[in-house]
Design a binder for this molecule. Structure first.
Ligand SMILES: Cc1cc2nc3c(=O)[nH]c(=O)nc-3n(C[C@H](O)[C@H](O)[C@H](O)COP(=O)(O)OP(=O)(O)OC[C@H]3O[C@@H](n4cnc5c(N)ncnc54)[C@H](O)[C@@H]3O)c2cc1C
Length: 448
């Protein structure tokens, strides 16, 4: 007897994916509007889906691979994030970014393997340094409280034996052109990507091997010896399925009451004029992660494919277990971002934000992924705990290895984790989490 899954919700992305909108028109992939068969189906075209498809293509010889994306590639969270691929522990659930020593060393090894996998893609598919830039990352502070976070991060890196370089206020000004930051801490292992360009170019590079379908949301699965994935206009029969849909794994009925659906928000300026670029100063491309995890991420990016010189600010987080945000959530984020921008960029007074958006993250209380074979020959590569550029890539690679090889050295290390822990019941969960995040944002002070 076959079992049926009815997908409860489809992804809704608030506002435009600005990194995608500023690029020239994208390659379009067809909508699935017939009944087809494949050996492998990957659902979801974010970092996890793309990594799963690529790893499968390396492992399964001539077997056919199809990737189904509900919307268009690079319009979901993968094309709307800040583009930091971070090799070091970056636990958004914690007071600092630090965790336990052995666990951290393991995370670093795995994160670096994922970044190397992405690096190979970047090389093979000819992504330039404006799309994939192995420039390291700077974590910075603009207040005494922020400096305290830098110091505890520094001590943690010392304990891990990681290299870093402290930057003083002058170094920070030379980099950014602004007076805001008092101190920074540079670590060399991170990569900055233009996220939408990365996703598009990765898909383009794989398109001769993988059949991509856009605007083809999976609305149900008939589970059987050969599964049948039903989309709005067609279907795919396939023996093997990888669900790379991050938090929407819950919409497929898996990991109930184990996943936190957090939204974070960002604004991007219009293209700066030449005079404004001169007034700003600093180097042409940089990114700053906030020393306080609840602070503001800032990026300045220069003219990739005619997209202009722009500044992006990201902050604010809300828990929305419905997986949709409200107009109020967006308005609150706008206010916070306008304030953060004005505080940091007085020389750009009057420069408007051209794009405002929000995007989904999926976290678990114990920061564990939602990974594994959830039904016979259906694997989940979900719950990236906020660092999806890296952990999404990792879980996609690992799902493919789990499905094809059953075991590998890296897989044993990756599988050494618990299941995401159970969440408290509603309404306590949402009330408690949103109040706590608001309180932490308030405590972040000018770091926000
Ligand atoms: C503003 C912002 C800033 C961020 N900054 C960073 C950062 O600097 N570094 C970092 O590492 N992470 C960052 N993130 C998080 C990162 O974007 C996500 O963790 C990452 O995109 C998750 O990758 P994924 O492939 O698992 O899921 P996603 O990128 O969400 O991809 C899943 C895909 O599945 C599709 N899908 C869902 N349901 C279906 C269905 N039924 N049928 C077909 N397709 C479906 C979705 O449309 C989506 O495209 C940020 C996120 C936001 C919103």
């Amino acid at each position: 007897m076959t079992k049926n899954i009815k997908v409860k919700r489809l992804p809704k992305d608030p506002g435009p994916a600005a990194w995608n909108s500023i690029l020239p028109t994208a390659t379009e992939y067809p909508q699935l509007n017939s009944d087809i068969s494949a050996d492998w189906v990957v659902v979801g075209g974010g970092f996890a889906g793309l990594a799963a498809a690529r790893r499968l293509s390396q492992l399964v010889g001539n077997e056919s691979i199809v990737l189904l994306e509900a919307n268009t590639l690079a319009s979901g969270p993968a094309g709307r994030n800040s583009g930091f691929m971070i090799d070091l522990p970056h636990d958004l659930n914690s007071e600092t970014y630090a965790g336990a020593h052995d666990h951290d060393l393991q995370q670093i090894r795995l994160n670096r393997a994922a970044i190397d996998f992405a690096r190979d893609m970047a090389k093979e598919y000819g992504m330039g340094s404006k799309v994939f830039d192995p420039c390291g990352k700077v974590t910075a502070a603009g207040s005494a409280r922020g400096n305290g976070h830098i110091e505890s991060y520094r001590q943690h890196l010392e304990g891990l034996g990681e290299t870093y370089r402290l930057m003083n206020a002058t170094d920070m000004k030379d980099l950014t052109g602004i007076d805001f930051y008092r101190q920074g801490l540079f670590t060399p292992g991170a990569v900055m990507i233009q996220p939408a360009a990365f996703v598009r170019q990765a898909a383009q590079g794989m398109s001769s091997r993988v059949g991509f379908y856009e605007n083809s949301p999976v609305t149900g699965i008939d589970i059987g010896a050969v599964h049948r994935l039903i989309t709005t206009k067609g279907s795919v029969r396939a023996k093997n399925v990888i669900l790379a849909v991050n938090g929407h794994i819950q919409s497929f009925g898996f990991f109930p009451r184990q996943l936190l659906h957090v939204f974070t928000y960002a604004s991007m300026t219009r293209a700066l004029t030449e005079t404004e670029v001169k007034k700003l100063g600093g180097v042409s491309d940089w990114g700053i992660l906030p020393a306080d995890p609840m602070g503001t991420t800032v990026r300045r990016s220069s003219n990739l494919m005619g997209s202009g010189n722009r500044v992006v600010v990201r902050n604010h987080a809300t828990l929305n277990q419905s997986m949709e945000v409200t107009g109020r959530n967006l308005r609150n984020a706008e206010k916070l971002q306008d304030r953060s921008f004005a505080r940091r960029f007085p020389m750009l007074k009057g420069v408007e934000m051209e794009y405002r958006w929000g995007g989904r993250l999926c976290l678990s209380l114990n920061s564990m992924p939602a990974f594994g074979e959830v039904e016979q020959r259906i694997w989940s590569a979900a719950c990236q705990n906020g660092l999806g550029t890296v952990k999404g890539t990792l879980s996609g690679m690992m799902a493919a290895e789990h499905a094809v090889l059953g075991q590998s050295e890296m897989l044993s290390e990756f599988l050494d984790h618990q299941a995401p822990s159970k969440l408290p019941p509603e309404p306590f969960l949402s009330l408690g989490a949103n109040m706590t995040m608001k309180w932490k944002e308030w405590q972040a002070g000018i770091e926000l």
